[in-house]
Write a new protein. Structure first.
Lengths: 225, 225
DNA sequence: GCATAATTTAATGTATACATTAATGGATGA
DNA sequence: TCATCCATTAATGTATACATTAAATTATGC
């Protein structure tokens, strides 16, 4: 998001990247506590770059630094999830509306259409992992089309926070058949330059998704993931 | 936003607070570059806590850390300002809608009404500084009523980024007479539990404000503030 | 035996020395 | 004269030693 191009040179940057991987893969589980010195040792570097990385990750909402109690991988409650989905709903709908106003050509929107096709294939093959990755890509691409770098950054942060929770929920929820109709409707509205429809359809899409996830967490008594 | 209650104990926390003051007061001007060692000396501490503070401030969008070129106090272009206002418009309107749904009593809303009254007085006395502070307070209180901690945090960050620019624009723009009608209309809609109206009125309010500010910057050829 | 206070301990917070790196300026060559 | 390469330098990046602090544990008084 901020620093290097391809090869992360600084230890600090490496620490951010590797800690993110450990968090998203679940190796650093939600709610677990970790000492700076342990993390430093496991990453093969001194505490200094690890501390700097932890400050960055705290700013991204992924960890809580709690003096003398270790850094906690931030757990997400159903309330947190609802908050995050509400933010995503608003900002992505704004992005959809702005995208529609940009007057993109069919060619400009090819990538987004391709991503929707990927989701279709994933659904047919019942490959939920592939579907999730394509869904992430769809939302990221949509937001990019809105051309607001702050919206992009915030949406990315919120998506990151949700990603870990999906490790748990992905195989519990119903197959998201409905989703792709919504995605295509948003794409069509953008292509037609209809900002209101793009925003409205996307808003409904996200609102429905929020309900599915939050209900799922509450039904299964997952007070934090 | 994150750590201490009243007395900042750690140097790192002090550095964040004091650097923020220096930025918002204009003593560290937009676009200016500064060495870590200079900042450390002027704050009377070593580089370590200053570096940590700069990482936090970078996360808040207030500075850019550019290796070997010093940290730059992030300047805002008219495009940046438009982006920020768009984010604020969406999230505050969401907050207004959610506030309306909370079913607050007149008593709960007393603080917000008081703040609007403060703005009225400030306008009568033509005290733009007081008006600006009350306007900040209004928006902060509104967002709090929406009960979404992430919306609060993001709105705060965006407001912070705008605050420095207002040093320049505050005395250039027309007296914001219209503003308070809007504020009262939002308050009334919240009190009436009318979420759609609250969101719509607030959206129109912010959209108008965005236009005033962006036009002002462009008219005066302020490519960055 | 229980509560409170003092001591110990284990973690974070800070300073500093050192390593690394990219920009600068100068020398060397064509 | 100009371009390229090398050396210098000045900044950031990292490791480490040390200071500080809050929690845990033990000791002490009642």
């Amino acid at each position: 998001m901020n620093t290097q191009d391809h090869r992360i040179r600084s230890s600090s940057g490496q620490a951010v990247e590797r800690l993110r991987e450990l968090i998203f893969s679940g190796q650093l589980g939600a709610g677990s506590d970790h000492l700076e010195s342990e993390l430093a040792e496991s990453l093969g570097m001194s505490r200094t770059p690890v501390r700097e990385a932890l400050l960055v990750l705290e700013g991204q909402g992924l960890v809580d630094v709690r003096p003398r109690k270790g850094v906690r991988i931030k757990p997400l409650s159903p309330v947190d999830m609802a908050e995050i989905y509400d933010v995503l709903t608003e900002l992505e709908s704004l992005a959809a509306a702005n995208a529609a106003r940009e007057g993109y050509s069919a060619d400009d929107l090819q990538q987004l259409e391709h991503t929707i096709n990927l989701m279709d294939s994933a659904l047919e093959e019942n490959d939920r992992g592939a579907w999730a990755r394509a869904d992430d890509a769809f939302h990221a691409e949509l937001v990019q089309l809105g051309r607001n770098s702050r919206v992009e950054a915030i949406a990315q942060m919120m998506s990151d926070q949700v990603r870990r929770a999906r490790l748990v929920t992905l195989h519990m929820r119903p197959v998201p058949n409905r989703s792709n109709e919504d995605h295509r409707a948003v794409l069509d509205a953008i292509a037609a330059g209809d900002a209101d429809t793009a925003a409205r359809v996307h808003r409904e899409h996200r609102t429905a998704a929020k309900k599915v996830i939050v209900d799922l967490l509450e039904t299964h008594h997952l007070s934090s993931v």
